[in-house]
Write a protein that binds this ligand. Structure first.
Ligand code: CAA
Length: 383
């Protein structure tokens, strides 16, 4: 009988091998050509990596959160864009369905998602509702037993490549707005009439992940496609984002780690003033700081994950992990470009992609400013 430690080692090793062989050699080309590698996602899905956090009773791997982060770090180190495409699926729609799905919804959506047969995404933001997510305006209206959805969502990962999207819309009516309590979540199969993903956004980084707006035009859904209770969609989205933010922590750590690995090799080879630049103390100190901050980001993320595994509320800790890890990734990749000098600024060398990929970790799933808001609010809450 394998122990939890054996399983962790096996899963992380499998993720590392898959990333080394099937992702990393192609990541730069995917980035250049905006290629979304659905075939490779399907392949990793068959190995169980689209059901990492899904309980075994729903055909998932049932991994603990720490192991999930370790596996995601391996994939992120190879390609952060690939990591977000599967990370969103594993963290947000999966968490929402596990917590709030009916038996029928779990059978119909969660199980095939975990088996890697369906890819899912999440759509909360709108053009005028980013940080202020509760201000969203897409509307669902009842029509007999159905709901009819109209509106436009923005910047949704996997919008044009997923088989289903978890979409947050208003179910309160314009004459009786209820703020955050007027939002509900719908499970929307992307082949539903009236669902249209726009052209993928032309992004600075994560260029091979699919990010797009969604036009919802009279999207008719039976009542059974609503997740959980009417009016609870904002809270479900926030719970999903707690899990998602942990994943962004691991993604950022993976980016930073890979930048350090490239720098160690480069600084050993690059000769200036008659010796490898690694022999200069200025370079050594920079590398020491990069490694120390990355290890601290990993430790903070794993600590937050361990709290999740212990069944504790992680809102505060997930925000701390995401905030610290994303700012670490941005700082580390900035130092990496500096160490590479002129080479660092060139597309032919790997660190500029890491720098571009790092930036969004400070923005999506809640900006660094929003993480600080969440943290400050938690600190001020009466105990
Ligand atoms: N878990 C459970 N419930 C939560 C919660 C959480 N983490 N956070 C808030 N809630 C609940 C509150 O308790 C409250 O419920 P009650 O009234 O019953 O107490 C309700 O939700 C409303 O909460 P707030 O009053 O705190 O709401 P707010 O309007 O002030 O917003 C916010 C809070 C933290 C700023 C929130 O809007 C937020 O996180 N904004 C950022 C949104 C975000 O991360 N967007 C990213 C979109 S996903 C993405 O990036 C795209 C992608 O595909 C990668």
């Amino acid at each position: 009988m394998p122990t939890a430690t054996d399983i962790r080692e096996q899963v992380v090793e499998l993720a590392r091998e898959f990333a080394r062989e099937k992702i990393e050699p192609f990541a730069a080309e995917w980035d250049r050509t905006h290629h979304f590698p659905r075939d490779v996602i399907d392949e990793i899905g068959k190995l169980g990596f689209l059901g990492m956090c899904t309980p075994e009773e729903y055909d998932g791997m049932g991994l603990d959160a720490v192991t999930y982060l370790m596996a995601l770090e391996e994939i992120s180190a190879a390609d952060a864009a690939f990591a977000v495409s599967i990370g969103i699926h594993n963290a947000i729609p999966t968490t929402m369905l596990v917590k709030h799905g009916t038996a029928a919804q779990k059978e119909r959506w969660l199980k095939p998602m975990a088996r890697g047969e369906l890819l899912a995404g999440f759509a909360l933001s709108e053009a005028e509702a980013g940080s202020d997510a509760a201000a969203l305006r897409a509307q669902a209206t009842r029509d007999g037993k159905d709901w009819v959805l109209n509106g436009t969502k923005a910047w949704a990962t996997n919008a044009g490549t997923a088989d289903l999207m978890m979409i947050m819309v208003r179910t309160d009516q314009p004459n009786a707005r209820r703020g955050a309590k007027g939002i509900s979540t719908f499970i929307v199969p992307t082949d539903t009439k009236g669902y249209k993903a726009a052209k993928p956004e032309d992004k600075m980084g994560l260029r091979s992940s699919n990010t797009a707006a969604i036009e919802l035009t009279d999207v008719r859904l039976p009542a059974g496609q609503m997740l959980g209770e009417e009016g609870m969609g904002f809270i479900y989205a926030m719970e999903g984002l707690d899990a998602g933010r942990l994943g962004i922590g691991a993604q950022a750590v993976g980016i930073a780690r890979r930048a350090i690995e490239h720098c160690l090799r480069f600084c050993a080879e690059r000769q200036q003033f008659g010796k490898p630049i690694q022999d200069f103390q200025a370079v050594q100190f920079k590398l020491a700081d990069m490694a120390t901050r990355t290890e601290a980001a990993r430790a903070l993320s794993h600590r937050a994950a361990a709290r999740k595994d212990a069944g504790e509320d992680i809102t505060l800790y997930a925000s701390m992990a995401k905030l610290f890890a994303s700012e670490t990734a941005m700082w580390v990749t900035t130092q990496a470009i500096q160490l590479f000098g002129g080479y660092g600024y060139m597309r032919d060398f790997p660190v500029e992609k890491l720098f571009r990929d790092a930036k969004v970790t400070e923005i999506y799933e809640g900006t660094s400013e929003i993480q600080r808001v969440v943290i400050a609010r938690a600190l001020n809450r009466p105990r």
